[in-house]
Structure formats: C-alpha cells, structure tokens
Write a new protein. Structure first.
Length: 263
C-alpha cells in the first residue's frame, strides 16, 4: 500500500533503481501513488517524469473501459496519465438526473426517452482554482434545448418540461447549442459566438470549454477556433462541468483535457 511504501522510504527501498520502482508502482492504485509521490524526489520523478510509463499504462488498463482506450473518445488525451485523470473527471454516476445513465465507456451520458423532462449531469470533480479545459460533444439529436457549461453543486439536474436547465438559475451558466444563446439566472445573456450568422452546432462536433478560475471566466472553442469569452465575473466557488439535454436516447460525451494548451 502507499503507507507501506512510504514507510520503506526510511530503509533501502527508496534507493531501488527507477525501473524497479516503476514496476512496484504499477501495482498500486491512484490514492497510493499520490502518497508515494510525496515520499522523496526520486519517487516523485519516477511517477511523474513519464506520463506514458508502465505505472500509468497499468493503471489506465485497470480503471478505464476497453472501449474508452480502443475508440477515439480519448484521442485528444495523448498520455496514459492524462487518460486516467480524464476518467476521474468524467460524469458522475451519482450526481445526475434519474433519467440518464453513464455508459460503460465511463465518459458518455445517455438520456432515456422520458417525456416532458429536462435532464442533466455534473462531473465527479469541480474546480475552485486554476485553469481547466474539457471537450463536450453530442452524439445524437439536440432536440429543442441542448446546453453545455458549468454548475455549482446546488444546481438542479432535473426538472419538468423541455427547458434550458443549465442557466435556469444563479447556480449555473450555459450555452444552448440549439439557438446559440448564453443563459444564466433564468435570463438570456446574449448570443454566442458574437458574430453575424454564427454557424450552428453540428452533431459530433467537439466543443472545447475553458474555465479560468483566476480570471473568473468561461470560454469556448470549436475545433481550433477560439470563439471568445462567454461569461465573466464567475463566483469563487466550486464549479463543475455540466450539461443538460431533452432529446430521448441522445448521448453526450465529456472528456477532461487538463490545463488549456496555451497555459
């Protein structure tokens, strides 16, 4: 365990060659690896020097579904460490509407065909500091409302009717991909992106969401085009990536990327 490994740091264990340490670490779980990384500089270097090492490759094989590793879901997450991190930042199976479920791949939300209901989901981990980026894409019809954005833990993840749930109160901020409106506190905060004849979202198109908790902004990218800052003045609270959907059997995938590439 991580505790036993840490205890070994006082003895000869900490002087083991890096390749041997890597082999030992490859049997540990993420929580134990975090403890090991704090033991000494050598252990930290072995764990974090190579994000494609056997340690992260083994952990990815244990915690990620084969489908997630075999398909292009994680194609924009180049390292095994990044793939493990993305899994731990994926949709929560315990923090979503009762009318949705998370598919076996661990990253895709499926909305059941329930009439007169709007259904959402939050990720397992939220952010109160730092800069973060994730991708979201719809793999089915948008319906009349399809919103991506962020929410606090207090924001509702289900309501009656077909509405823009994300952005319906002061606990969430959303971009409705159907009509390109920005939503917060139950109000439309303008259209987005701010250009004439902005193209509508195409099914399967990956939208990159960028949350900057230092500048308190939320921005979006489509492909490699920066669409601009959508929301400013975000509160200094824990904010979670979130989506809300209305169309029966539609599917939405969310993949956490880490720090924005420009950061």
């Amino acid at each position: 365990s991580g505790g036993a490994a840490a205890a070994a740091a006082g003895g000869p264990g900490w002087r083991l060659p890096g390749r041997v340490l890597e082999l030992v670490f490859s049997y540990l779980e993420l929580r134990e690896l975090r403890s090991c990384a704090l033991v000494c500089k050598l252990w930290h270097r072995v764990l974090h020097g190579d994000e494609n090492s056997e340690v992260w490759r083994s952990l990815a094989a244990r915690c990620l579904a084969e489908e997630a590793l075999r398909t292009d879901i994680l194609c924009n997450v180049p390292t095994y460490k990044g793939k493990v991190r993305a899994f731990h930042h994926a949709f929560s199976t315990n923090d979503c509407s009762r009318n949705v479920y998370i598919k076996k791949n661990g990253f895709t939300l499926h909305r059941n065909p329930i009439a007169q209901s709007t259904d959402g989901a939050r990720t397992k981990i939220g952010f109160s500091e730092g800069r973060h980026a994730w991708e979201v894409w719809w793999e089915g019809p948008l319906g009349t409302v399809a919103v991506i954005g962020i929410a606090t833990k207090r924001a509702a993840m289900q309501c009656q009717g077909y509405v823009a749930l994300l952005g319906s109160d002061d606990q969430s901020w959303g971009w409705n991909l159907v009509d390109n409106n920005l939503l917060h506190n139950g109000e439309v905060n303008g259209s987005f992106p701010q250009c004439n004849n902005a193209p509508k979202y195409q099914i399967g198109e990956r939208i990159r969401v960028i949350l900057d908790m230092e500048d308190k902004t939320l921005a979006f990218e489509r492909g490699y085009e920066f669409l601009g800052v959508a929301f400013r003045g975000l509160p200094k609270v824990c904010l979670y990536p979130a989506v809300s959907a209305v169309y029966g059997n539609t599917e939405v995938t969310l993949v956490y990327l880490g720090k924005p590439l420009d950061g």
